[in-house]
Design a protein around this ligand. Structure first.
Ligand code: DAU
Length: 341
């Protein structure tokens, strides 16, 4: 992880729903818990709770990562996406506005100067590309899944709060993330874990859909860069400039995992199973992140080969984390310690 020189406090507000994992937070808790790191379990839709967190910690910057994020789940159950992504974003925005601004739109005396609301979003708001071209910050929104529609709505709310109420905001739209700690429902961790258990590797449709992959630390560095140097009211695309057809990605990943485990790449390839396509499956995403690179000086640092290798190493080493998810232990632990949601 890159050193940022940040010396402030971080308040982590998280509902710890199915994809949350307390073990992922143990390191930061051990190092900074109670001094510079504080955890608050709760729902961003819960207005009273959100307002209490603003007051308790005198919040000056919101970095809004919270979301329902998995497209397949949004197809099966869109309501949770509208609730968390639309209503949750609205609740955070409105709480920030009330805490930082008076009814007349002036800054409250109690609020710190230099406040900022940064919203994390996705390239999926732009829709699907043909064989050529890429998404820029001015590409018209054309979301096609309940997930991307809910994120598009949240982006619009963020910009509306800027234009209407003068809320200082920045927004980023990122391409596909991968790396340690990712819940194994996304293509890369799901495939790694299935390879380790010799389970089938499901590929949707013809496997030729294209995604633009960026390592999670490169994404986080981009967010940090925007927090430091971004212009209020602006949006920035983040991407890896790293387009891969799903099937080619899977073959590359198989080679990496086979090399690390001493398993047979050929046997793993034989488990690749073409399954029914995702409804409304976007064909291709590609991000143009020239604005972030040239205006704010960000650059991707982790190559795909290195990132995939680090990711595979992480899942191979963190068996406790993986087994906790498989057995449902973390869910039980969260319910025991924080109650049912
Ligand atoms: O582009 C950014 C988005 O990337 C984020 O906003 C989303 O939160 C995130 O979930 C991700 O969306 P995708 O739908 O692209 O990610 P996913 O890992 O589900 O799928 C990647 C590609 O692999 C996609 O074309 C569908 C395909 N796929 C996925 C799974 C889980 C398969 O072929 N088989 C699978 O089992």
């Amino acid at each position: 992880m890159k050193k940022t020189g940040f010396t402030g406090r971080i308040i982590n507000l998280d509902a710890l729903t199915y994809a949350g994992n307390p073990v992922s937070l143990e390191d930061i808790e051990r190092q900074y818990g109670g001094t510079r790191y504080f955890f608050e379990k709760g729902d961003i839709c819960d207005r009273a709770f959100v307002e209490e967190v603003f007051r308790k910690y005198n919040i000056d910057t919101v970095v809004h990562f919270a979301a329902e994020s998995h497209v397949d789940r949004s197809i099966l159950g869109p309501e949770a996406f509208v609730k968390t992504n639309v209503m949750g974003t609205f609740t955070l925005l409105d709480a920030a506005r009330k805490y930082w601004r008076t009814e007349a739109g002036e800054m409250r005396e109690s609020a710190q100067t230099g406040v900022l609301f940064h919203h994390i979003s996705t390239d999926e708001v732009y829709g699907s590309l043909g064989d050529t071209g890429s998404f820029s910050e001015t590409t018209a929104y054309d979301p096609r899944s309940p997930y991307s529609a809910s994120k598009a709505a949240s982006d619009h709310l963020v910009m509306a709060y800027h234009h209407t109420y003068g809320l200082p905001v920045t927004l980023s739209n990122c391409s596909n993330n991968y790396g340690p700690c990712q819940f194994p429902e996304k293509l890369i961790p799901l495939s790694i874990l299935n390879m380790l258990e010799s389970k089938p590797l499901p590929v949707y449709g013809d496997g030729k859909n294209i995604r633009d992959w960026v390592f999670v630390e490169d994404h986080n560095n981009a967010v940090w860069t925007i927090l430091q140097k971004g212009k209020t009211g602006e949006k920035y695309n983040i991407g890896g400039e790293n387009e891969w057809e799903n099937i080619k990605l899977l073959h590359t990943l198989i080679d990496i995992v086979a090399r690390k485990t001493g398993g047979s790449a050929e046997a793993m390839r034989n488990t690749v199973t073409f399954v029914k396509d995702r409804p409304g499956h976007d064909r291709r995403y590609a991000i143009n992140c020239a604005k972030l690179k040239h205006e704010l000086n960000w650059k991707r640092e982790v190559s795909f080969e290195e990132g995939l290798s680090k990711t595979a190493d992480w899942y191979l080493a963190n068996t406790q984390w993986v087994n906790g998810i498989r057995s449902g232990d973390y869910k039980n632990w969260i319910e025991k310690n924080y109650g049912k949601r």
